[in-house]
Design a protein around this ligand. Structure first.
Ligand SMILES: C[S@@+](CC[C@H](N)C(=O)[O-])C[C@H]1O[C@@H](n2cnc3c(N)ncnc32)[C@H](O)[C@@H]1O
Length: 243
């Protein structure tokens, strides 16, 4: 996410759509696009540094889970889950990583998916057409709560990259908050492969959430990413779920 600053082009509305989680608005500001969801500035195309780190750090951590470095790109291709799609920085990053063999993208808003056949395509780099990608148009909470035996998460993911909100303390719809609580974290941990890593994006530090992660995972890291104004974005990495 980026904060709209001075000297930038005035945004113009490109499209409005009724969304699953409230109204969705796609705006264009100069060469950039912005997604407003349920009245909340959710994502734009200006700076995807932290959204790319979300995926890269999780995949790299999964490769080096035991510190031996034995699980490199020559091993089994990694399976990544990305929730949600946004402008596609995270998806493009996953597909560019040499160790990634499959990416499941969970996105609940059909309009967002549709924009990747049009104005947002350059940022996802056509990733939705990549044969390594499975798009699931659904609520991420339903996906992680589904029986793994018949759901998309059956085989377990090596990296689960969570960026559906502005952070654990700033959700786009109230229902999303469950994912960052004890129940949600248990469900997410249950979708990880043995070497799996959970990565969570946040617009700013979320110390209470970090403490909760530490009750569920043996190793938790917080990676700050400076932004032009205000608090750094944060990427939380959690691995080794506690039994
Ligand atoms: C901040 S954007 C994701 C940004 C993305 N990491 C990127 O690189 O552009 C959040 C996305 O999650 C979607 N989303 C929000 N709540 C969701 C939910 N419960 N299930 C699935 N997708 C959701 C939104 O529609 C939006 O596309």
């Amino acid at each position: 996410m980026d904060v709209i600053g001075e000297g930038r082009a005035e945004p113009v509305v490109v499209e409005r759509a009724a969304g699953v989680g409230g109204e969705l608005v796609l705006r264009r500001a100069g060469a950039d696009y912005e997604i407003i969801s349920n009245g909340m500035f959710l994502m734009d195309t200006r700076n995807g540094e932290s959204e790319r780190l979300l995926v890269r750090a999780a995949v790299d951590a999964a490769l080096d889970r035991d510190g031996s470095g034995d699980d490199g790109p020559g091993g089994q291709p990694l399976r990544v889950l990305i929730g949600g799609l946004g402008v596609g920085f995270s998806l493009a990053e996953a597909l560019a990583h040499p160790a990634v063999g499959h990416v499941t993208v969970v996105e609940r808003e059909p309009a967002v998916v549709g924009w990747h056949a049009g104005p947002l395509r350059p940022w996802s780099r056509g990733g939705l057409d990549d044969p390594r990608v499975a798009l699931v148009r659904a609520d991420l909470l339903d996906v992680v709560a589904a029986d793994p035996a018949d759901g998309v998460a059956g085989a377990g993911f090596d990296a689960v990259c969570l960026d559906i909100d502005n952070g654990p303390d700033w959700t786009v719809t109230p229902g999303n908050a469950r994912l960052y609580g004890p129940d949600g974290l248990d469900l997410l941990a249950g979708r990880l492969s043995p070497r799996g890593v959970l990565a969570v994006w946040s617009a700013g530090a979320a110390p209470g959430f970090q403490d909760l992660l530490a009750t569920r995972f043996a190793r938790v890291e917080a990676l700050p990413v400076p932004v032009p104004r205000g608090e750094p974005d944060m990427v939380y990495l959690a691995r080794r779920p506690r039994p």
